[in-house]
Structures are given as C-alpha cells and as structure tokens.
Ligand binder design. Structure first.
Ligand SMILES: C[S@@+](CC[C@H](N)C(=O)[O-])C[C@H]1O[C@@H](n2cnc3c(N)ncnc32)[C@H](O)[C@@H]1O
Length: 427
C-alpha cells in the first residue's frame, strides 16, 4: 500500500485515473459510498459503476443501492466525469476504483481527501455485457448440502429467511479466498472475467495439504462452505474439521456430510478449549460465543496456526470490569455506550495479544451492518516468532490498566507459557 498524496484537491487526478482505466480497458468497477444525509433513506448506501456495451456504445452502468430498493442508470463516458466530479464535491464517505492494474481508494480525512493505492486482485477485466451473471462463490454443485442445511429451495435459490446467512457465507468465502491466496496455498488461479474464481488446477495432485478447523461450528454452515470452496472450487487437498459443543448439531452435520458424500469433512463433539485438534493451517471461528472466540485464538497460538479468521460474537467479559479514567465518565454513564466501549476494548486487546503472539492482524468489516451488528472479523496471519517483542506486551498491560481490566481471556499469553507447536515446516 502506498500513500499517494494528502492534498485537498485530489478530484482531478482521481477522475483522470477513472477515465484512463476506461480508455485502456483496465476498468473493473467503481464503488462509491455517499455520506449519509439527514434523510438517510433517500441517500443510496452504495453506488456501483461498471462498464457495459449498450447498442454498440460503451456506457457506465450505475446501480444505486438504497435501503429498500436499487435504481440503475446508464451514463455516457462524458456524463460519468460530471457525475463523479459532483459526487466527489459532496465528500463521499469512500470511493474505491478497481482496475486490473491497481486499485485507488479515495478517503476523506480531517485535512482533506487523500488517495491510497492498493495492489489489484483482479487480473482480467469483467465482460462488458449488459446482463452480468450474478457472482456467487458457491457453484451449482453446492446445492445438495445447501438444500440439506435449509439455505436454498429446490431450484437452488436462497430462501428469503436464509438470505443473511447465505450472504455471510459468500462474504466469508471471499475473505478465505484472499487469505488462501496470500498464504501461497492457491496460486494457479486467476480471478476470472466475471470475478468468479477460475481454478486452472482443479484436482491438481501437487497442491499442498491443508488442514482446516472450524471452531464452535454450530450447524456447520461455514464448515461445509469452506470444505466446498477449498476442495471443489479451488481443487485443494483440504481436510476440514468442525468442532462443536452440542452433540445434536454435530450428529446432524455429520449425517448431511455423509449423505452428500463429502470426503475429508468431519464433525466432532468437543469443547474448543480442550478438544484434541490436528495442527490446522487455517483456523476459523464465526460468532463463537463470548470467550469461546478467545479459546479459539489460544488454540491458534498453541497449535502454530498460520491463518486464523475469527468473527467475535457477544463480548461479556470486560464490561463488569470497566473502570475508565475520569475523562471517560460521560461515556460510561450510558449503558449502551459502556457496552460498545467494552466490545471495542475486548477486540482491541485481542489484536494486541495476537500481535504479541507473532501475528499480523487486520480488523475488517465482515458483512454489511444491515445483516448483523456482529460484523467485525479479525484476519490474523502468523508473520514472526511469538513473545519476543516486549513493547507489544507493554501495550497490552497499559491498555488493561487504563481501563481497570483485571482479567482478559487471553491473559495466558502474557507470560508466553503457551506451548507452541513448531509449524515452520508446513506450507
Ligand atoms: C452463534 S453459534 C455460531 C455457529 C457457527 N460458527 C456459525 O456461524 O454458523 C455459536 C456456537 O458455538 C458453540 N460453542 C460455544 N462455546 C463453545 C466451546 N467452548 N466449544 C465448542 N463449541 C462452543 C455453541 O454451541 C454454538 O453452536
């Protein structure tokens, strides 16, 4: 990531970059999040622009997503310049330009907008056809288990009641695919024209063996999805294990896996703190209740897991302990704000603990908050030896002390006594 500039007038160069990418065919899409106005329902949450060919003319198709509906309009290339200039003048919350060369992120700051350059993840521009097939991370061969889990109807359409879960699964697979790629476990792949993953080595025998554990897997939605994507779509030799405390959920998930014929997918009853686990390359936990998230993170550190993807759930441990400095009294006076502060501190401490344990941690928005308020995901990648940098440990202690936190579920990491498995020989 390169910081290009922090100048107040970035609009011209940004618009030029958009025009240039359209002219040279590298344009993938542009996503703009307007600033929310007073009448929030009249402001689109998000506008997505893509390039299409309409009756022999190139057009930019804008899809504006409102709270309850979407509206589409098609602009000529000249009109796009005016539209974008107008939007930038109103200081949108964010604008993201994706091209096959690089991505540009427009971001407002207190001193004016700045533009950040990111690496592109898309190698091939999407087709310019008008009716783009809907992108999905789950191909048609996923239908039997999706149906058995009650997520889709007989025609393969997500059931309305299951739409948030279905959306969550797709987003999770998108994140998994980036991590698997970044870890170098899946390289013989290009992102295809319609942003579908195209695996050129399906069934390859040379791909590394991957071990994946889904901690507190519940009914196994993500366990099935990760298995499906890694093995069937990416063609990787993955073993996937779901661990869950409730036996009836495990029995049901195992029955579906057997019925559908999903080899190398297993579910076991167990407590995530004590279950006998293989050394996973990838450890996932989605909305594992309260400190079960931390138990998962402790296991990740103990087992030398390279990548851990964890979306925390309810945060109950810190709230009763909070004793903020006097300046924070106005915040702690309100129960709801106190609860939010406890959530933020819990996750901020998780990040610090994991950094101390040798991980690089990114906090990303998992799904749109409209689907669930539990929408943060900690993407953790082990990048250095654990427990070496005392500065990181000091930061944990300082933050705990500042807010009167005596106990955090990750405290066992403080003394670095966790026995770490050496997984350096693994891929
Ligand atoms: C909110 S559900 C999430 C299920 C699943 N990860 C998903 O997102 O669909 C949380 C699950 O965690 C399980 N759980 C909580 N603590 C656990 C622990 N210590 N060990 C194993 N499972 C646990 C619960 O039984 C429950 O099924």
């Amino acid at each position: 990531m390169v910081l290009v500039s922090k100048l107040s007038d970035m609009a011209g160069p940004f618009i030029d970059a958009v025009r240039q990418s359209i002219a040279d065919g590298s344009f993938v899409r542009l996503v703009l999040k307007p600033r929310t106005a007073a009448a929030a329902s009249e402001t689109p949450r998000r506008i997505e622009a893509r390039l299409i060919e309409l009756r022999g003319q190139m057009r930019i198709s804008l899809t504006a997503h409102y709270e309850r509906n979407t509206r589409t309009s098609n602009l000529s290339l000249e009109e796009v310049t005016t539209w974008l200039a107008n939007e930038l003048e109103h200081q949108p919350a964010s604008v993201y330009l994706e091209t096959t060369r690089k991505n540009l992120q427009w971001q407002p700051t207190a001193t004016g907008p700045r533009v950040i350059v990111h690496r592109s993840h898309v190698e091939v521009a999407p087709p310019r056809t008008h009716d783009r097939p809907r992108h999905t991370w789950l191909d048609v061969s996923a239908r039997p288990w999706l149906r058995a889990l009650g997520l889709v109807d007989a025609t393969g359409r997500p059931k309305p009641s299951a739409a948030p879960k279905y959306h969550q699964i797709e987003r999770f697979l998108e994140i998994v695919s980036h991590q698997v790629r970044a870890a170098g476990w899946w390289s013989d792949v290009t992102m295809g024209a319609d942003r579908q993953p195209v695996c050129t080595s399906l069934g390859a025998t040379s791909s590394p063996k991957l071990t994946v554990v889904d901690a507190a897997c519940g009914k196994g939605y993500l366990t099935f999805a990760v298995w499906h994507w890694l093995r069937r779509v990416a063609g990787l030799d993955a073993q996937v294990l779901g661990v869950e405390a409730r036996p009836e959920l495990v029995t049901n998930a195992q029955r579906i896996a057997s019925q559908v014929g999903m080899d190398h997918l297993q579910f076991v009853v167990g407590d995530i703190a004590t279950a006998s686990l293989p050394n996973p390359d990838l450890l996932i936990a989605l909305h594992a209740c309260n400190t079960a998230t931390d138990l998962t993170l402790l296991r990740a550190v103990e087992l030398g897991t390279r990548v851990a993807l964890v979306a925390p759930c309810c945060h109950q441990q810190l709230r009763p302990q909070l004793q903020a400095p006097p300046e924070w009294a106005p915040v702690l006076r309100h129960g709801l704000l106190k609860e939010r502060l406890a959530e933020w501190l819990t996750d901020a401490l998780r990040v610090l603990f994991l950094e101390w344990a040798g991980y690089r941690v990114r906090v990303v928005e998992f799904v749109d908050p409209q689907h669930t308020p539990r929408n943060l995901l900690l993407a953790c990648v082990r990048v250095r030896p654990a427990f070496r940098d005392s500065y990181r440990r000091d930061r944990i202690m300082q933050l705990k002390q500042q807010f009167g936190i005596r106990v955090h579920a990750l405290d066992p990491l403080l003394d670095g006594h966790i026995h770490q498995t050496d997984s350096s020989s693994r891929p």
